[in-house]
Design a protein around this ligand. Structure first.
Ligand code: FES
Length: 130
């Protein structure tokens, strides 16, 4: 059996939503000090819905696949759902990641949360869902 699922390989080879949103409403960048990988997420938000999302990931294949899957999971969804997205859900949607690669999916969860925090910091009239 190969180490990586077909879905991981697919999202690594054909990552969805790669790029930058110049006029993003929220941006989140996180890194993992151990491996040195960096992930940046850009969000467009309208009426509490994620209308667009893009990512730039300087990292391993699992980090790229995780960013790609995570952006697919939150695109078009309410902010509250994006806020609740866990790294476990990202890994499950990819049909699993090897145990020592789980931290790559954590970057996706953290980058999305950070981008949402940035959005709420810039929009004090809006309130973060519980
Ligand atoms: Fe660090 Fe994958 S090895 S994010």
């Amino acid at each position: 059996m190969s180490l990586y699922s077909e879905k991981v390989m697919d999202h690594f080879r054909n990552p969805r939503n790669v790029g930058v949103i110049e006029d993003a409403d929220g941006v989140g960048e996180v890194g993992n000090a151990k491996c040195g990988d960096i992930m940046k997420i850009y969000l467009k938000i309208e009426d509490d819905v994620i209308t667009d999302v893009k990512f730039e990931t300087f990292g391993c294949g699992s980090a790229i696949a995780s960013s790609s899957m995570a952006t697919e999971l939150i695109k078009g969804k309410p902010v509250a759902e994006a806020m609740a997205l866990t790294n476990k859900a990202v890994a499950e949607a990819l049909d699993g990641l090897p145990a020592y690669k789980m931290h790559c999916s954590v970057l996706a969860e953290e980058a999305i949360k950070k981008a949402l925090e940035d959005y709420y910091a810039k929009h004090p009239d809006k309130h973060m869902p519980e």
